[in-house]
Design a protein around this ligand. Sequence first.
Ligand SMILES: [Ca+2]
Ligand SMILES: [Ca+2]
Ligand SMILES: [Ca+2]
Length: 407
Amino acid sequence: MQPAESRPLTCSYMSQITTFDTFSELAGKALTCLYETGSQKKTLFVFFSTVLCSVIAEAAVPPVRITEFMYNGSEFIEFTNAGDLPVDMTGWSFDDDSRVPGSVSLGAFGIIQPGESVILSESPAEEFRAHWNLSGQVKIIGDNDNNLSRNDEINLFDATGALVDRLTFGDQNFPGTPRTHEHSAWVGADALGENNIAGWTLSSSGDAEGSFASTDGQYGSPGKSTRSNALPVTLVSFTATLSETAVDLRWVIADYEEGVVFDIQRSYDGYRFETIHQVPLVSDRHGFFFRDENPAPGRQLLYYRLGVTGKDGKTEFSAIRSVETDRPGEMISLYPNPAVNGALTVKTPEKAAVSLKVYNSLGMEQRRIEFRENTSFETSDWPSGTYLLHFTTRSGQQFRRTLVVIN
Ligand SMILES: [Ca+2]
Ligand SMILES: [Ca+2]
Ligand SMILES: [Ca+2]
């Protein structure tokens, strides 16, 4: 996965010039980046969150994967959205070992949600649904006449004809691997998206995948996959709102498993989260509420998410919500930051004197400044670099802020 325009991004990180080839390397780092537009060189001070990086990566590669198949008997292929974003399968297609995009249209699946598994079957859709006792919610495309043989291949193509996933299989060509005759096989976590039939397991009743028998004595788990990344509840909404000095979190769920626990997690940087409270699921209750009474004195931006732990002990996370606090009585803010060729304004809460010590990136004190309330300093004569500003108010409160100066 390359950054935009497929050019590595050159940034200074911890005062070193570094080139990053992938977004995941950027996650969680505060960087000063230089870029060129036309004849101008510009500087950006940026923080890449893990969330942003994973969203960019997933947007580029739809994480729909082949998760189960049976070549003979109740012949079918299961595809699962193993990512965190919905995928629109309009224009997508399947082919066997002839590898031709467009051979069998999968567009009728429409949008598949994170965690959703869908079925392409040889028999008519409603016949397949009845044999496996699947609910009306499981999407099935029936009458697939591009059938699989004992040694064959499953190819999944997106709307542009690009290969999204492939599985080459056959117990004759790959001795010791499953022969999916009247028992399907399912993919293990390490083999997901890897085209490695050795990482697949033949289904048996009550196995780790929750396989079961169909009415005509076949074994599999069509329509569900443990490779899904889905929350063990359907989260209808999750909001975080400021209420005077507290933050109110509300969430609404639809379907759920018993035994689910919600971890309410807070972060100051959108990257490192800590659990501040736990709420167990209450059966038949759909709306939940928690008030964070003491979010963070002096913090301006807060982030919240829900960790949802199912009865299997696996935790998945909700989307992140941010809340901007408006508590000037407790904050010191600097702007602009980075300070480029000019003045820095310091906004302070106290009318009384504030003392400021400025340290360079080596920890050496550079200057001391005494001031009152909101004040501007000229920084155009400071050497470019990163500074630590250490404020002490008259009431003894201490604040540290990092300032980047570019001159
Ligand atoms: Ca077949
Ligand atoms: Ca075939
Ligand atoms: Ca399955």
